[in-house]
Design a protein around this ligand. Structure first.
Ligand SMILES: CC(C)(COP(=O)(O)OP(=O)(O)OC[C@H]1O[C@@H](n2cnc3c(N)ncnc32)[C@H](O)[C@@H]1OP(=O)(O)O)[C@@H](O)C(=O)NCCC(=O)NCCS
Length: 190
């Protein structure tokens, strides 16, 4: 049984069940605190009956700077998933789905057009997870990751930039059917 609530700073002491996972990034402490200070409703945790953090999602709300308005890569107001992770022993119980739905609800409340995220092209489990929730590939960001999670002979790995339209995008204008064919460079994305 998991309890879902907003992140609190002392939760950082209890992230290890999640962050020992190699596909979960561990950031500087100040990075987590920035998200907490700016977008508390998009930073949610799942805790078990002993108070261990067994999952969390961390996100933000943003748009590209106004001076990019006429760029083809301009991003309108949207919610972004910076991290979502569930401890290995708590997977396939619906925790990741519930956390993501909470972030989507916060995005809808803020009138965001869509939710987006980056995921390694070889992270097949996470891609299956996102697809099951209605996300699709919007574009491929080449060599986005400066390492390779599954092939040590490669120095970098592409990312899928995946999106799910929110309620505001009634006409589904912010997604594409053939996103795998749209390749961009890391310098094109902000
Ligand atoms: C991706 C992750 C967050 C999913 O969390 P989760 O709590 O296990 O996911 P859920 O139980 O909510 O799964 C919802 C649905 O997603 C799909 N899904 C989830 N994990 C899957 C897997 N390993 N393989 C295939 N489909 C999967 C299924 O359709 C699942 O529904 P079902 O269990 O009824 O079949 C978790 O695997 C994780 O923490 N991975 C490591 C960190 C990571 O890769 N994060 C994403 C970085 S971008």
């Amino acid at each position: 049984m998991a309890n879902f609530r907003r992140f609190r700073p002392d939760d950082l002491n209890k992230f290890s069940k999640c962050n020992l996972d190699p596909l979960t990034e561990t950031y500087e402490l100040s990075f987590y605190m920035q998200y907490y200070a700016k977008w508390p409703s998009l930073f949610q945790v799942a805790e078990d009956q002993d108070g261990n953090i067994i999952g969390y999602i961390m996100g933000k709300l943003e748009s590209s700077p106004a001076y990019y308005k006429f760029s083809e890569h301009y991003l309108p107001w949207h919610a972004h998933i910076t991290a979502v992770t569930v401890a290995p022993e708590a997977r396939r119980l619906g925790i990741g789905k519930l956390l993501t739905e909470q972030l989507e609800a916060a995005g809808d409340a803020a009138e965001a057009w869509f939710v987006d995220l980056y995921v390694r092209k070889t992270n097949h489990k996470a891609i299956a997870f996102y697809k099951s929730m209605g996300y699709s590939v919007f574009r491929v960001v080449e060599a986005y990751y400066g390492d390779h999670s599954t092939d040590p002979t490669q120095v970098s790995e592409d990312a899928y930039d995946m999106r799910k339209p929110l309620k505001r995008d009634v006409k589904r204008e912010h997604i594409r059917d053939d996103g795998e064919n749209h390749k961009v460079l890391p310098t094109d994305v902000w």
